[in-house]
Design a protein around this ligand. Sequence first.
Ligand code: CUA
Length: 336
Amino acid sequence: MSGDRSGSGTRGAVRAVVLAAPVLLAGCGGRENVLHAHSHAERRISVLWSVMMTGAWIGFAVIALLLFLGWWRRSRPKLPFGGGERAATALVIGLGVGVPIVVLSLLFVWADLFVIRATDAPASSSTSLTVRVIAHQWWWEVRYPGTAAVTANEIHIPVNTRVNVVGTTGDVIHSLWVPELNRKIDLIPGRMNRMLWDADRTGIYDGRCSEFCGLQHAHMVVRVFVQPQAQFRAWLTNMSKSAMFSDSRGEKVFLAHACSGCHQIRGTPARGLVGPDLTHLMSRTTLAAGTIPNTRDELANWIIDPHAVKPGNKMPGFALSKTQTDALVAYLERLK
Ligand code: CUA
């Protein structure tokens, strides 16, 4: 009877581990891996993490071994090892007080003097590019001071370049974190916090808002494109340009409806600053801060019923006819 019960208990535990494994392992891959360091700063963080994790496992193994030996010794009083009360007290003081003081002091010195300094915001004079990030519920505004470039949710930076990332918020507190590039910074009303990005490999690095900021906090992805210098310069030059005033049917729909009250398309009368700048909308890979891919169909769905895609967001749905929607999408598709 008891054998049966322990058998079903073991099976239950195995099942729980198997069910939990995908959830636990989901954090081990993808583009947001703290241990895939792609910058000098992040390498310091991942080494510290690995050392702390290894130390924690060693500590766990030592304590488990001591517990086992204690239990074993008790059940077999004739075993040759073990000591008196004095030896036990020395062990408790040594492992319980001495070792933690030494380990924590070393970690404090290492983290405080080396890791925090290496990952800290740089003096702006030591960087060759500044990117301003302003968080909103629930998207990212991105500006490049000294140029007219304004974009959203996708940040382009050149490889092997010290970038001064300056962040604030337009509403509540958010936090900007691209785990493969550096630690996170909080974006706080009325404050400019700074961080260094110094990517040493080209590629795409995802990040997200890491401070709960309301209903769509989970749909606030930021994507960083690290590009070769020339490619980045070409991108920035294009982003700085205004759109051509097309006078098309789609543009008329855009200007006649509330779109232009919230969105800016540089070069046209649309000067709204509530939502993302759409001057180069089609240069972006996703819509609604990483919520959906930036394709013709998704764009049309987003315009018709944004709340079905991202409930709670500030964009109202529009009662446009099929012809109006098609014309509007065709116009927006030309904004590259
Ligand atoms: Cu923005 Cu969470």
